[in-house]
Design a protein. Structure first.
Length: 317
């Protein structure tokens, strides 16, 4: 109990946080305490935790009251983007990390690692790492995108071609992004179509098309919990078309750059333009896009024996 009080007092005294952790919440109180405790376990102490609850009736508010360092509000939201925009408006940190109410962090040094990169490298606007799946009961399962252990994605400006080739969305549960970037480009209630339906994909699209650069740290940073009433399952009939629209938009943007219809500008962490894709760069960009598509093809990641067996089954069955 004394240790818990010491942690709460430690964070309660943070007047000018470097990081803001924002957590939307609605009737998932059964996961809330573990989420909060995974955040408070971070060794980097200059952070605040902002929870925007949509008016839960399952004891969430009572749990929030146990942690006086948390800045929170509980009131009805009309849409998930309203909750995120409310949290972003409350956030005071230089950098922002999103953490869903059922998720949490595994690496206790994750916040420190993110801050180290962002403060040392002005080219970088966002830092991300591996995520690991957790069952509803709390068992850790597979680590996502394990191929990156042996073959990590390109860093910073070079990540554009990889994104155009794959549409790969950086994991929303652990990325740490400069506050002014996410506050400017995260979708809001006025956003249209899939930007509003899938706001994280909408932010990814804007992040890359506006020319910002990410940096990958190869550590398992967080867990993302699967549970029976999670948003992606409840609203799959709405989100899946949004995901398809996102991938189409990524491909269309790539075609526009290569075809000369769009001039892509690169920006640093201060949103200043630091370069662009010139007409002479288009051929190289097109080749890099195809190289990423080819080298990360599933066919090339299966050993020859397994590939032969699968082909035989497909031909003769």
């Amino acid at each position: 109990m004394m240790m818990h009080t010491k942690v709460v007092n430690d964070l309660h005294d943070v007047a000018q946080p470097v990081i803001s952790v924002i957590t939307p919440s609605l009737n998932h109180g059964r996961f809330l305490r573990q989420t909060i405790e995974s955040v408070t376990a971070q060794t980097f102490r200059s952070f605040e935790h902002v929870v925007v609850d949509g008016g839960s009736t399952d004891g969430t508010v009572e749990i929030l009251k146990e942690f006086p360092h948390i800045r929170w509000v509980s009131e009805r939201d009309d849409h998930v983007v309203e909750a995120y925009q409310k949290a972003l408006s409350m956030a005071r940190g230089q950098y922002i990390i999103q953490c869903c109410v059922s998720d949490g962090f595994l690496d206790p040094n994750w916040f420190r690692k993110c801050v180290d990169v962002l403060e040392k490298d002005d080219e970088v606007s966002l830092v991300w790492g591996f995520a690991q799946t957790m069952s509803e009961e709390g068992d850790l399962l597979n680590v996502s995108f394990q191929d990156f252990f042996a073959d990590p994605p390109p860093q910073k400006l070079n990540c554009l071609a990889f994104w155009l080739a794959s549409g790969f969305p950086l994991p929303e549960g652990n990325y740490c992004v400069r506050s002014e970037v996410i506050k400017k480009w995260f979708p809001d209630a006025q956003s249209s179509d899939w930007f509003r339906v899938c706001p994280h994909l909408g932010f990814m699209y804007r992040f890359f098309t506006q020319g910002y650069s990410p940096y990958f740290i190869p550590v398992v940073a967080n867990f993302g919990r699967m549970h029976h009433d999670q948003r992606s399952q409840r609203l799959s009939n709405v989100e899946k078309p949004g995901q398809v629209a996102y991938l189409k938009a990524v491909k269309a943007y790539g075609r526009s750059i290569i075809g000369g219809g769009t001039v892509h500008h690169f920006r640093n962490g201060s949103s200043q333009v630091v370069g662009q894709i010139t007409p002479n760069d288009r051929s190289s960009l097109r080749n890099n896009i195809w190289r990423h598509r080819l080298l990360r093809s599933r066919l090339l990641r299966v050993d020859p024996y397994t590939l032969a067996v699968k082909l035989k089954e497909r031909i003769f069955n």
